[in-house]
Design a protein around this ligand. Structure first.
Ligand code: PEP
Ligand code: MG
Length: 592
């Protein structure tokens, strides 16, 4: 039966493929394809791991002390029974044979299938056996990790021809896991949780594949292997579409690919408005390897390197100074003399260091993570970690143009502490004989307090970068990761527009650099408005650069500036902007 699920559009385009359901707790399991020649060895690897767990449990059973509660022995029997059940191993094996999944992926896919069946059972006792199944899978996954056999080389669908595109469906994906899906087998994402500018959505957007978040129940309604269309522009998911709908979307998919190819031709065109204002179009990156995409898209620098992604997926260990230095240096060298703005670590809120999901964070660990020990607050609370990161950033400055950006600043005392730490770090580097050059210091304007007291902050820094994602969140008191209030997350809110416009004007008046690196900068709907506010430096996902550049090439910055007062004075800035900045400008406002 065909049906639709509605969510929040976060990454444009159309994806058509088969659903792969992954439990949120298992998104970190490796997902890759194996070659036809590796199918039997992969099945053998799975069976060896299964046998190892059977043996482990048999031993446990014989070693149970006499006085052990008899439930324990019964539990081990249930686990052994599951391991021998054809629906378990046979089902997993089938995924390897039919779909070329690696053993770990095959196991979690089969877990999803069986978990659904357990969920639907009438009998409560049987329903509760799902937890046993999960434990058994956990054990086999652990055995696979310890298994001595050779792990197959990942293959691409092209290696075995004819594989359908795969779309990932999960209740929630932590940003730490999302980053692992970069260059993965998935061609689209659907999650139950998340808002437009949640970090999971941001990483999905940086991958430039269609994604819909905040669907609330897609992971419950969609079945493993269902045919699914993701309409990333409208935020709609169509499950088991009719042939006619499928054909329509295939047509739209081809159209959007053509449009992309057309925009891609602007890559080498300098971003200059019609009235001759040169505009900086920089890239937001999460990993040094993303610099490649930035260059390919025609970025003239990196405006935001979210360094926290280097700190994730490390089982609690922080990256060493050397490791960070190598990463920053790689990004700097890849940008070939163009500026690279490295933001110090911004963990906390919806970006925990380990793989807690937003929900776990909200409900179990921290009362109000977005307002807690996040970003610079965490860095200042961990001074040796902070110094280590600053040393690595300064050392990278010997290899190109590096700028230092501090997230979530709200107090002048923080700026003083940062400046003091920078001085200490410079001294340490000089003493140790490490080379470094001048590094411009900037702060992010993402807390209303920072925007309001900007003239004071500007006395101490070289530039500012406006983080509209958080600025909107904190100005309107709307959790950016919470789909329940996503409709109130409004970049067009007059308070938001005033704070942005004022910040740009004040920074320019003080002769300091100012850019916007939040998602608004990469949304073409806001290009003219930001130009009208006097913005001349935008930073966004590389994939957004061509579309924003097209708007800039057609814009008359002076004329746009004249329209600004009317927009800021309007009760309905979105409509006024549409009228004043050009017809149709607000149509399909992607962030709204
Ligand atoms: C922002 O808040 O706008 C920003 C760019 O930082 P992040 O999205 O990483 O919080
Ligand atoms: Mg931010």
């Amino acid at each position: 039966m065909s049906f639709q699920v509605f969510g929040i559009a976060v990454s444009r385009g159309v994806a058509i493929g088969r659903a792969v359901l992954v439990a949120s707790s298992r998104v970190d399991v490796a997902h890759y394809f194996v070659l036809p020649s590796d199918i039997q060895p992969e099945i053998d690897r799975l069976l060896r791991a299964r046998d190892a767990v059977v043996q482990e449990l048999e031993v446990l059973k014989t070693e149970l002390p006499e006085d052990a509660p008899h439930e324990l022995a019964a539990l081990l029997d249930v686990h052994l029974m599951l391991l021998h059940d054809e629906a378990f191993t046979g089902g997993a094996t089938q995924w390897i044979v039919d779909r070329h999944y690696n053993a770990e992926w095959a196991l979690s896919a089969q877990l999803e299938v069986l978990a659904r069946q357990f969920d639907e059972m009438e009998d409560e006792y049987l329903r509760e056996r799902k937890a046993d199944l999960e434990q058994v899978v956990e054990r086999v996954l652990r055995a696979l990790a310890l298994e001595q056999g050779t792990v197959p080389q990942p293959a691409t669908p092209r290696d075995f021809a004819g594989e359908d595109p795969l779309l990932l469906v999960a209740a929630d994906i932590a940003p730490a896991d999302m980053i692992q899906f970069k260059r993965s087998v998935f061609r689209g994402f659907i999650t139950d949780i998340g808002g437009k500018t949640s970090h999971t959505a941001i990483v999905a957007r940086s991958m430039d594949i269609p994604a819909v978040v905040g669907t609330r129940e897609a992971s419950r309604l969609i079945m493993q292997d269902d045919w699914v269309i993701i309409d990333g522009d409208a935020g709609i998911v169509i499950v088991n579409p009719s042939p006619i709908v499928l054909e329509e979307y295939r047509f739209r998919q081809r159209q959007s690919e053509l449009e992309r190819a057309r925009l891609g031709r602007l890559r080498h065109t300098p971003a200059v408005t019609m009235d001759g204002e040169p505009i900086e179009l920089h890239a937001n990156i999460e990993m040094p390897a993303d610099a490649e995409a930035a260059i390919a898209a025609g970025a003239t620098g990196v405006g935001l390197f979210r360094s926290e992604f280097l700190f994730m997926n490390r089982d609690g260990e922080l990256p060493s100074e050397e490791e960070q230095f190598e990463a920053y240096k790689a990004a700097v060298q890849a940008m070939k003399g163009m500026p690279v703005t490295i933001r110090t670590v911004d963990v906390g809120a919806d970006k925990p260091l380990d793989r807690l999901t937003v929900n776990e964070l909200r409900h179990e660990h921290v009362l109000n993570p977005a307002m807690g020990l996040r970003a610079i607050r965490w860095s200042l609370a961990e001074p040796s970690m902070f110094r280590q990161q600053l040393r690595a950033i300064y050392r990278a400055s010997a290899f190109g143009k590096v700028k230092l950006l501090i997230p979530m600043v709200a107090h002048l005392a923080e700026v003083r502490q940062i400046l003091e730490t920078v001085r200490k770090v410079q001294q340490q580097l000089t003493d140790a004989g490490h080379a470094y050059t001048r590094v411009e210091l900037g702060v992010m304007i993402e807390i209303p307090a920072a925007a309001v007291m900007l003239p004071l902050l500007l006395r101490h820094v070289d530039f500012v970068s406006i983080g509209t994602n958080d600025l909107i969140q904190y100005t309107l008191a709307i959790d950016r990761a919470d789909e329940a209030v996503a409709h109130l997350y409004d970049p067009w809110h007059p308070a938001v527009l005033h704070l942005i416009a004022r910040s740009i004007a004040e920074a320019r008046a003080a002769g300091k650099g100012v850019s916007v690196c939040g998602e608004m900068a990469g949304d073409p709907v806001f290009s003219e408005l930001l130009l009208a506010m006097g913005l001349r430096s935008f930073s966004m996902h590389p994939s957004q650069i061509p579309a924003v550049k097209q708007r800039i090439l057609r814009a008359d910055a002076q004329r746009l500036a004249q329209a600004l007062p009317a927009i800021l004075a309007s009760d309905d800035p979105q409509t006024t902007a549409g009228q004043e900045l050009g017809a149709g400008r607000t149509a399909g406002a992607a962030l709204h």
